[in-house]
Design a protein around this ligand. Structure first.
Ligand SMILES: [Zn+2]
Length: 277
């Protein structure tokens, strides 16, 4: 009689804790599960391929084909009638020879318009479809990475880990076994971002060009010069208008310089801190 036990569950109504006595389910003894059932995995490996072409799927931003069985393919060759994909597991000592031949319809873009029947799988050898284990869930992960990599370039001030979690949250149906390794994934995203960031200033160029676009808006305030014409230095000033107003309102400033975490040609980071009343 669930209706009797549960009162109105509108969000504003606190749900009272049910008295222990009324919770009949707890009185049942646990049945001992049968041994073989304990060893079974709830995961049933798919047996039929379900091909999907991902644009910008590879590290180089090229198309990638996944078969839904845990394998990935990248472009090998194109002929008039066929697009040939090759398994991406290619360690130099023992590359996987599995390929997928995709029939091309000359009237449409075969990377956008395709169906399962267009694909023919050619195994690694007579006994093994591939010479390496499947990586289940890669069909979803290819998409997660593609979106996360794009976001890393677009939102350059957001932590890559946060971006990755954002993409994972969007996919409610993603199961634990299909999750990417978060540390590895974050490293890949950082690497991707580093490639679109400006290069570090040259060590022998103290007056390096400042890439203002790569600072948050309202943060870099320009440079002031110190010294003489022959022996000059500059200070790059960073603060937001709010910070400046707070400094103006404060009678006591604390200033301290840090040297150890900056690299040539930068000599020091000088911080002004204050206590807001
Ligand atoms: Zn393979």
């Amino acid at each position: 009689m669930i209706v009797d036990v549960l009162p109105d569950l509108s969000p504003s109504t606190p749900v009272p804790r049910r008295p222990y006595e009324s919770d009949g389910r707890r009185e049942e003894a646990f049945a001992e599960p049968d041994e073989s059932a304990m060893e079974q995995s709830s995961f049933e490996a798919p047996t039929e391929p379900s091909y999907k072409i991902h644009d910008e799927g590879t590290n180089k931003g090229l198309h990638k084909l996944t078969d839904g069985l845990g394998y990935c393919f990248s472009k090998k060759a194109i002929s008039k009638s066929t697009y040939t994909w090759r398994c991406t597991s290619r360690p130099s000592a023992n590359p996987c020879k599995a390929i997928v031949k995709q029939k091309k319809n000359p009237l449409v873009d075969c990377l956008l318009n395709y169906n399962n029947a267009d694909f023919t799988f050619v195994p690694h050898d007579h006994e093994n479809p591939h010479n390496h284990p499947a990586d289940f869930g890669n069909q979803q992960r290819v998409e997660i990475f593609r979106e996360a990599k794009k976001a890393c370039v677009e939102h350059k001030f957001t932590d890559p880990r946060e971006i990755l979690f954002g993409e994972l949250k969007k996919r409610k149906s993603l199961e634990g076994r299909d999750m990417p390794d978060v540390d590895l994934a974050t490293r890949r995203l950082r690497y991707k971002r580093a490639k679109v960031m400006p290069a570090n200033p040259r060590k022998d160029d103290p007056f390096f060009p400042v890439e203002e676009n790569f600072f948050p808006p309202d943060w870099y305030q320009g440079a002031i010069f110190a010294g003489t014409a022959e022996d000059r230095a500059w200070h790059l000033l960073f603060f937001t208008p709010t910070m400046k107003r707070q400094l103006e309102d404060c009678k006591t400033w604390f200033m301290d310089a840090t040297f150890y975490f900056v690299d040539e040609p930068i000599k020091q980071v000088c911080l002004i801190t204050l206590v807001l009343q």
